[in-house]
Design a binder for this molecule. Structure first.
Ligand SMILES: Nc1nc2c(c(=O)[nH]1)N[C@H]1C(S)=C(S)[C@@H](COP(=O)(O)OP(=O)(O)OC[C@H]3O[C@@H](n4cnc5c(=O)[nH]c(N)nc54)[C@H](O)[C@@H]3O)O[C@H]1N2
Ligand SMILES: Nc1nc2c(c(=O)[nH]1)N[C@H]1C(S)=C(S)[C@@H](COP(=O)(O)OP(=O)(O)OC[C@H]3O[C@@H](n4cnc5c(=O)[nH]c(N)nc54)[C@H](O)[C@@H]3O)O[C@H]1N2
Ligand code: SF4
Ligand SMILES: [Mo]
Length: 679
């Protein structure tokens, strides 16, 4: 069959490359060699032809006049965004020359890659790049900005990213959306929940903000930020006290249930209510509803783990389904992530054997500002791809001060001149995923998909894999692994992968079948990959790691006396900072709002629509007040990583802490405190 790129007209299978759990199947419509429309693929078993507004408008982004088409060299000051076009030969030549000199003078660890999942394609985000930087011997980046704390927390309990098959959640009778704004961030979970609802299921949302998801739920439970583990422990207290637990399941499939039963006596409803702000009668109602409804499903979101104690919150909530034995029932259980089912051969793809030595320093991406400003052995060159740290990383002012260093040689590879790219010495144009070959594995559903290029690269843009092949050549690296083609990379990722759920997956099958589902070894795949093979309510591994072995409530860090807790989350029409430069998406969002409780607003003389300054010891930003009852008193919530606003600088991460969470080196975006005033 001819490849889509060689056909000027037609409709082609594709996959959404954005960092979104749904990982939708797409259809790309082509006319006269150009993409004219993107729709959902009705044949995708989970997403079934529905896609979000963001991607329905994706054609405009692919052909956006602002899109980069040539490499650029900076001609203005750092941050000014003035550039002149250069050739790829010049760009690659200059990078190689600068890096060779740096390596000779200061060692390869003076170079730092910085990337995340602006594109979820595996070979372009964690394939050829890893091989290249391993071989280079550059400082290593700990990619912790998203879900590290929660993943580690969940793994202590369950052994890995092993959750309910979302397709089965249509059978649940109770669905708890816990710290997830699913209407915006996991819309197909909402579609599945709606199906369950038609069969009589109830939906509960537990959140610090009554947003789209809270309004959709049957019952919205507002909670104070960072107190979720206390709520879960309070539920456990009632479940044990009222004999709403499944003793047989606890005996067979868990360790530590006796110790947990004793331990949760301390979390009595009065104590838990005072910590969480959830009234005692609501706590009883929730615990009884959970204890008396089967199957019940908890969708654990990312928001509740962006706190100092986020790992423990997820670790604790992950224990709940075991108490009532929910893992036995179709649609029961919990889901934080499901990547374990789609594991491929990471070693073969990433080739850690190319590292020149094992003890290369590792830098936590949440502390980029510190890394650029205060390391004894300084970073002299930064290479950014698939990410926009000037907007998405915490402590923006430190990050910007670092990026502004005259002695830092910065290269940014992106589709646009992002805020980060404005500080680059060289900017390289990236292809969109529709111009690439790659494979995609969801972290929510169980399908792997392949993407073949649908159009030729726009302008002179190049994919990440292609740029790293060019850089490897220019550096004089002769390993074949650094010249392997995209197809070879995909083949290697699926050879000897030891994933029993995808026994003999080949490149050809991926092409032919389009949507390949991993098989699960049962609802609760026992033995679990925990040390005991069981669900670990008591975790000896946590104890060895210096953490409380039983679930616990550890209060959030009180970093200052500023009066408000500040939760700056993502919004509906952007994808992190992606689309924040698009007129259409900005229009849909209208303005960067700050949600404040009516009582707080009244005492500060603020009404809806007022421009407010929000500040703390780290910085300031300007937002538009939205007064109401959508947040608890003492809590402020904004949505979206904005880059431009008529209200003034909207960079919320100027206020967020770069403290590291309790587990996994995770981010603590939502554990900061701020003050506000009307301007
Ligand atoms: N439209 C859209 N979709 C996206 C994204 C996007 O930017 N826009 N981003 C993508 C990415 S990278 C990710 S990681 C996911 C994130 O998507 P989600 O998993 O939904 O995570 P967040 O939106 O960060 O936060 C979820 C909710 O947690 C709440 N929250 C904050 N702190 C607490 C707390 O202490 N307790 C409780 N119970 N709730 C709390 C917030 O108010 C928010 O409603 O979405 C992905 N999908
Ligand atoms: N305040 C606050 N900050 C947050 C969050 C929050 O909730 N609140 N969420 C955090 C979370 S969960 C995450 S995951 C991070 C996400 O942070 P990032 O990973 O930085 O995500 P984006 O802002 O979407 O930026 C991705 C960039 O990659 C580029 N890109 C896309 N495809 C390609 C490609 O193929 N090649 C190259 N070279 N570039 C490409 C895009 O154009 C875009 O500029 O943000 C974090 N920051
Ligand atoms: S962003 Fe998410 S919901 Fe939208 S098309 Fe992509 S995968 Fe689907
Ligand atoms: Mo994320």
């Amino acid at each position: 069959m001819a490849s889509p790129v060689s056909q000027s007209d037609g409709v082609f299978h594709s996959v959404c490359s954005l960092d979104c759990p749904d990982q939708c199947g797409l259809l790309v419509h082509k006319q006269n060699g150009k993409i004219v429309k993107i729709t959902g693929d009705p044949e995708h078993p989970v997403t079934k032809g529905n896609i979000c507004n963001k991607v329905r408008h994706m054609t405009e982004r692919i052909y956006d006049a602002k899109r980069l088409t040539h490499p650029l060299r900076r001609v203005g000051n750092k941050g000014e965004g003035r550039f002149a076009p250069i050739s790829w030969e010049e760009a690659i030549g200059e990078i190689a020359e600068r890096w060779k000199k740096l390596i000779a003078e200061e060692g390869a660890e003076s170079i730092l890659p910085y990337s995340f999942y602006g594109n979820m394609g595996r070979i372009n985000t964690e394939g050829m790049d890893r091989r290249f930087f391993h071989r280079l011997g550059a400082s290593r980046l700990d990619r912790t900005i998203c879900n590290s704390a929660g993943n580690v927390g969940y793994t202590y309990t369950m052994g890995g990213s092993i959750g309910t098959d979302p397709e089965e959640t249509i059978h649940a009778k109770l669905l708890i959306m816990w710290g997830i704004n699913a209407v915006s961030t996991n819309q197909h979970q909402v579609v599945l929940a709606e199906q369950a609802r038609k069969n009589g299921a109830q939906v509960v949302a537990i959140d610090v903000h009554k947003n789209q998801t809270g309004r959709w739920a049957d019952w919205f439970i507002p909670i104070l930020p960072g107190t979720d583990s206390a709520l879960a422990l309070g539920m456990m207290h009632i479940l044990f006290a009222e004999n709403l637990v499944d003793e047989a399941f606890l005996q067979t499939y868990t360790v530590g249930h006796e110790a947990l039963r004793e331990h949760v006596r301390a979390y009595d409803p009065a104590t838990v209510s005072s910590i969480t702000g959830v009234p005692e009668q609501d706590l009883y109602r929730l615990a009884r509803l959970y204890g008396q409804t089967t199957p019940s499903f908890i969708r654990i979101g990312n928001g509740l783990q962006h706190h100092d104690n986020g790992g423990m919150s997820v670790r604790t909530i992950a224990c709940l389904p075991a108490l009532t034995g929910q893992w036995q029932y179709k649609g029961g259980g919990a889901l934080k992530g499901n990547s374990k089912f789609l594991e491929f051969n990471r070693q073969a793809l990433q080739r850690p054997d190319l590292l020149p030595k094992q003890d290369i320093r590792i830098i936590n991406m949440n502390q980029l500002g510190n890394a650029l400003l205060s390391l004894d052995r300084p970073i002299r060159s930064l290479y950014v791809y698939n990410s926009n740290p000037a907007v998405v990383a915490p402590e923006t002012n430190k990050v910007i001060a670092g990026l502004a260093r005259e002695d830092l040689f910065t290269v940014v590879h992106d589709l646009f001149v992002t805020e980060t790219a404005k500080y680059a010495d060289l900017v390289l144009p990236a292809t969109s995923s529709f111009e690439n070959t790659d494979f995609y594995t969801s972290y929510w559903h169980h399908y792997v998909q392949i993407q073949q290029p649908v159009i030729e690269p726009v302008g002179e843009s190049k994919s990440n894999t292609e740029v790293f092949r060019l850089l490897a050549k220019a550096m004089g690296f002769t390993e074949q692994a650094l010249q392997d083609s995209d197809e070879e990379l995909i083949r290697q990722a699926w050879e000897h992968h030891q994933n029993p759920g995808l026994p003999d997956l080949t490149y050809e099958q991926l092409l032919e079948r389009q949507y390949v589902k991993a098989k699960r070894n049962g609802r609760l795949p026992v033995p679990l990959p925990t040390p005991s093979g069981k669900i670990e309510l008591y975790s000896a591994r946590m104890e060895a790691d210096g953490l409380p072995p039983l679930p616990a409530y550890l209060p959030p860090v009180e970093e200052s006396d500023y009066p408000f807790r500040f939760i700056p989350g993502p919004n509906h029409n952007f994808l992190n900072s992606t689309f924040s430069n698009s007129e259409k998406h900005i229009r849909l969002e209208k303005e960067p709002k700050l949600h404040i409780h009516a009582s707080d607003a009244a005492s500060l003389g603020i009404v809806s629509g007022d421009r407010v300054k929000v500040w703390n010891q780290r910085g300031e930003c300007y937002l538009i007040a939205a007064v109401g009852e959508n947040v608890l008193p003492g809590v402020l919530v904004s949505q979206g990583l904005w880059v431009d606003s008529p209200a003034g600088k909207p960079f919320v991460n100027a206020l967020t802490p770069d403290r590291i969470a309790d587990m996994g080196g995770g981010a603590t975006f939502f554990s900061g405190r701020v003050a506000i005033q009307k301007v």
